[in-house]
Every structure is written in C-alpha cells, then in structure tokens.
Ligand binder design. Structure first.
Ligand code: SDX
Length: 392
C-alpha cells in the first residue's frame, strides 16, 4: 500500500462493478442467471432461451423466442470473404487463435457505426455474433480433417445445426442424434455466464474504452484460451490421458500437484470463488454418466477422473485449500463422447460463454461506466542520466 493505492494481485479481493446478470455464492455453491437457478435452466430451458434471458433480462415468451431464434437462424451464414482470412491459417493453428482472429475480423465486415445508444444496430451485431460464431467454429474442425465445410441449415435448431456443420459429410446423410443435441444444449447453458471471471472482465475492460462488440469479444476469447481458465477443459483430458498412459495410478499425480517445486496442477480442480463443489461440475458429472451410457461409450478416463476426484477430496492438501472439481473437470469427457476433438473443447466453452460476454458488455455499455484504468505502485529505478552507447 502506498498513499491511497492498494495492490490486489489477481483482484482476489476487488470488485470491478455491480451487476444484475449472474449471482454466484462460492460458499454454498449456488449459481443463478437473472435469478433462475442453473439446475432449473439446465433441465428445463434451451440454450437460446437462456441466451435471451442473459442478454435481455427475462425468459422469452413464445413470440420473443420465435423472433430471436428466427433472427439468429437468418444470420448463420458467414460472408464468403471471411473464408479467405480463414484459409490463410495453417491447418494446425489452434481453433481458439482462429476464433479470436475471425471474430475481430467481423468488425471489418460489420463496421460499428452506431452511436452510444442505437440499441437497434447493437442488437443486429449481437444477432450476427450469436448466429455466426458456431458456423466459424466448425470450419476449424473441417479443415483439420481435410473435409469440406458445411453450410448452416435453417430447418435445424441451434445445437443440431452446429452438430451437422461439424460432422455431416457430402457422401452420406447425417442425422443429428437427439441425445447428443440435448447433451450439448445442457453443456452450453452451464457455460453461459459466470459473473466477473477472467475472460468476462477482459470483455468489460476492452468495452470500457468504447471499443466495438466484436473487438471486445475477440479479447475475451483470447483470455478464455489460457489453461488456467477455459483452456483447462482441454488440459484436463490431456492430464487424464497422461495418467492412463502412465498406468492409471492417481497417487503420483496428486503428489505432483501438491509439490510446490512441481509446476503440475490438478487441472479442472480449484476455483477462485467456489470453496465448495462447483454446481456446474455436479450437473456435468451426472450428465457424463447418462450421456456415455446412452451413447454406449466406455471411456476409461472417466474412471480415472472419478478416482482422482475421490482421492483428492480425501486429501488434506485439497481439503484444507477447499479445492473441488470445477466446470472443466468432467466437461471434456462428454465433449469427447459427442465426437468433439480435444482442441475444440475450449471453443465449445466459448460458444456457451458468448451470450454471457455479450450480456456483460451490454450492461457495461449501458452503465456508462468510466474507462477501466487501474493504478500501480512503481518499484523500478529512480531517475538516472542517459548514457551514450559507448559508455554502457
Ligand atoms: C474456469 O473465475 C471463473 O469463474 C472461471 C470459470 C468460469 O466459468 O468462467 O469458472 C471457468 O476457469 C474454471 C477454472 C479452470 N482452471 C483450472 O482448472 C486450472 C487449475 N486450477 C487452478 O490453477 C486454480 O485453482 C484456479 C486458477 C482455478 C484458481 O486459482 P486461484 O484462485 O488464484 O488460487 P491459487 O492459485 O492462489 O491457489 C490457492 C492454493 C495454492 O496453494 P498455496 O500457495 O496456498 O499453498 O491452492 C493451490 C495453489 O497452489 N491450488 C492447486 C490447484 N488450484 C489451486 N494445487 C494443485 N492443483 C490445483 N488445481
């Protein structure tokens, strides 16, 4: 502390804003979007209904829902010139890097010309983002497979459209499995918002300079990519696979996670706010059993995950630090059972989180909050004279 400035690394004890969107209680493990519990929404709502709730503040009635879904359906195609940018990426470019680039490029195709309060045009940008994001996401997968991309089909719902763009091939008919579509719908709802997490805070900070929506969301995608945040769902599966390759014993990895000299962390464990079970992890764990059973998938890493969780929840190191499985611990097991490749797991997180980012950006925009500009405490050199290069 110097003068009136207090340093709070990682903002562990700093609130950045008030918000009406998402409530979470870390001690009790509660999560609500606009007052509705995540348990109810995951069971009874569909993803676009939850997106509407987050963005506009209320669950949509039938007319509002049909209008919202209809607008999104009519904007799922992407400007063909975006393909030229996309085709420039190497085939093994990580999809998160491609997504943040292409969403930023959208600001070139759909330039912001709205004044501060032209809600109608902002709404059109929101619809375009919600509609085109999944389409672009599937290009990454198709390219990695050497397959032609698929165009959206207006007769399919949001998750079914995503699945057909991902997995349909020109040489055969593709039928969306309702079990897969329902499981994906639930996963997207569970990822839709989470108050002021790292990527959402990034979206808000960029938006606070009055940068446009696409640039703000592009920054959020980049922040989510990190393995300590959304990238953890990919890191969890890679960790579980490593344990499986290593004979499946979890004790060695628990020891590594507890060893301060070892950079290894138990990925998918721990949370800044939840000091109890992450309510989303509880739902996803239950859903993993149901989806794998329904699809007849037997994934050996699911047993390893359960064994790891069991061992950690009985280990003093994790108990004392209140480290529980978080949203990323079991989600990858379901994504994999749905046929989604590991390097697309964090993109799935981003598809889910998109309405939350949009809702938070809109709330910030409407609040007229001052530009985000934190202070620092300087600890560098005191004033010194310039030295010519020959004297250095
Ligand atoms: C998400 O914020 C959100 O809401 C995020 C998210 C969302 O929906 O947006 O919920 C999504 O990002 C979930 C988190 C995904 N990340 C991981 O699973 C990566 C592994 N977990 C961690 O790195 C960590 O737990 C964080 C990043 C999630 C939280 O980090 P914090 O709050 O900064 O906690 P910390 O690193 O200070 O850890 C506190 C203690 C430390 O030990 P001590 O120094 O006190 O001895 O717990 C230890 C840490 O070493 N610890 C772990 C651990 N997580 C914390 N030790 C081993 N394995 C872990 N996973």
């Amino acid at each position: 502390q110097t003068g009136h400035i207090t340093i709070d690394p990682g903002f562990k004890n700093t609130g950045s804003t008030t918000s009406d969107i998402t409530y979470l209680d870390g001690e009790q493990g509660l999560l609500r979007y606009r007052g509705y519990s995540i348990e109810d929404l995951a069971d009874k709502a569909d993803f676009l209904g939850v997106a509407y709730l987050l963005i506009y503040g209320e669950l949509p009635n039938e007319k509002q829902y049909d209008d919202f879904v209809g607008k999104i359906t009519r904007h799922t195609m992407v400007n063909e010139d975006m393909r030229k940018i996309f085709d420039g990426f190497p085939v093994n470019a990580h999809p998160m890097g491609v997504m943040s680039s292409l969403v930023s490029a959208m600001s070139g195709f759909y330039p912001e010309s709205y004044s501060k309060n032209d809600m109608e045009e902002i709404d059109l940008h929101i619809i375009r983002l919600m509609a085109k994001f999944p389409t672009i996401a599937t290009w990454c997968y198709k390219k990695s497979q050497g397959h032609p991309i698929n165009y959206p089909k207006n007769n399919l719902d949001y998750t079914s459209n995503f699945l057909q763009m991902m997995f349909a091939l020109p040489v055969e008919d593709y039928k969306v499995d309702p079990i897969v579509s329902r499981a994906l719908n639930k996963l997207l709802i569970l990822h839709a918002d989470h108050e002021q997490n790292c990527s959402t805070s990034t979206v808000r900070l960029v938006g606070s300079s009055q940068a446009n929506l696409y640039s703000s969301i592009s920054a959020g995608i980049s922040a989510l990519w990190g393995p300590l945040h959304g990238g953890a769902n990919q890191a969890v599966i890679e960790m579980l696979e490593a344990i499986k390759e290593d004979g499946g014993g979890v004790e060695k990895y628990l020891a590594k996670a507890k060893d301060k000299d070892d950079p290894f962390r138990l990925m998918g464990f721990g949370h800044r706010v939840y000091k109890n079970f992450d309510p989303r992890a509880r739902i996803i764990k239950k859903s993993a059993d149901e989806v794998l059973a329904a699809l007849g998938v037997d994934d050996p890493v699911l047993d390893i995950a359960r064994g790891l969780e069991e061992a950690a929840l009985n280990d003093e190191y994790f108990i004392s630090r209140k480290l529980y499985p978080n949203v990323d611990f079991y989600s990858g097991i379901i994504y994999r059972a749905l046929g989604i490749p590991v390097n697309m797991f964090t993109v799935m997180f981003a598809i889910g989180r998109l309405p939350g980012w949009i809702a938070q950006w809109l709330e910030l925009r409407e609040s007229g909050q001052a530009i985000g500009r934190p202070r620092q405490i300087y600890t560098g050199e005191t004033a010194r004279e310039f030295k010519e290069i020959g004297d250095r």
